[in-house]
Design a protein around this ligand. Sequence first.
Ligand code: MN
Length: 420
Amino acid sequence: MTLLKSWVTSANTADHPFPLNNLPYGVFSTGEDDPRCGVAIGDMILDMAQAEATGLITLGETAYFDVPFWNEVMEDGPALWSALRKRLTAIFAEGSADQAAAEALLVARADAELYMPFLVAEYTDFYAGRQHAENMGAILRGGPELPANWLHIPIGYNGRASSVVVSGTPVRRPLGQMKAPDAEMPSFGPCKRLDIELELGAVVGTGCDVGSNITTEQADDMIFGYVLLNDWSARDIQAWEYQPLGPFQGKAFGTSISPWIVTKEALEPFRTSVPPRDHKLLPYLTESKPGLYDIELEVLMQPEGSETTTALTKTNYSRMYYSAAQQLTHHAVGGCGMTPGDLLGSGTISGPTKTEYGSLMEMGWAGKEPFTLDSGEQRSWLEDGDTMTLRGNARGKGYTIGFGDCVGQILPALKDQFNS
Ligand code: MN
């Protein structure tokens, strides 16, 4: 695969995140207009509501783009996804007969406000990064030994769909109960150990019934696409609450996603295998095709009032131990129904060295080794006003499949009305 040329000339460069090869799906508005579905191409967005209303795009009898979310397309399955992508690819190809009709329906991305691209049905977060799990073991339990189940099960917990927000939405520092190791009693107050988790989110397109089970092949077919995901984490709240049932309030106050769903089809050339297995996985988790993707990931940090942005981390999604299809299979195989719009967080993505860690907990070794930003400031945890950006790009021959930044700024905690 090489760069596919488009008459939208801004899309025709090797490093533009949204070439014709990508065509990611979002929801946008300009000025006073209502939010509606859009497809990014180069510096422009195609208005899908107008494209359908004018007959440029018809997907059978049903109207898909009279709503400001992609769920109706998602739930109709892979044949429809392919047909839509094929049509969009033809519309935007160099020399297309549809150029004039489509050109009239483009808006500049710079003028657009972006919204949640889909309605999140439920949100599940996994723990599938081996380096991250080993680092957390070393920090919390004094050694990098993985939990006994880790090499056999994609460990996860059920999170909150209600607090998933689109990039650009500020995230408020949570209040909660915590207990310092040397304190006699717990206390309530603003989180002091606020953190990020660099993750990829898999967007489930089609569901499966309660009481059914699915193979990894079926699970892969159910995945519509991927977004960047920041699983904001309150480490002090989490540390006190997480045993024995896992994270709860320490993870429930915010999860940010990037605004464009990058389709599985766009990522197809970047498929790559999971790393070698220490133990053979049980048959229900085996995959017949590579389940991960070669996606370069970055974490950037900018303190409030500072002109300087620091690149903290560069790593790659291909470092994960379990693929999204394996996670979805494990999720559903015991009879748990899955719903169109379910969101699966990959787990924190960390590589083997300090400049590849996907959380501040690892970068600053739980506050023991503060790190210095390019602006000269030190950090162990997030401070109010800090802006965190996740970035993702898959690099092809002469083209890039970009995700669009996943950005969030920390707001100060609400006044604690219980301690005056
Ligand atoms: Mn997480």
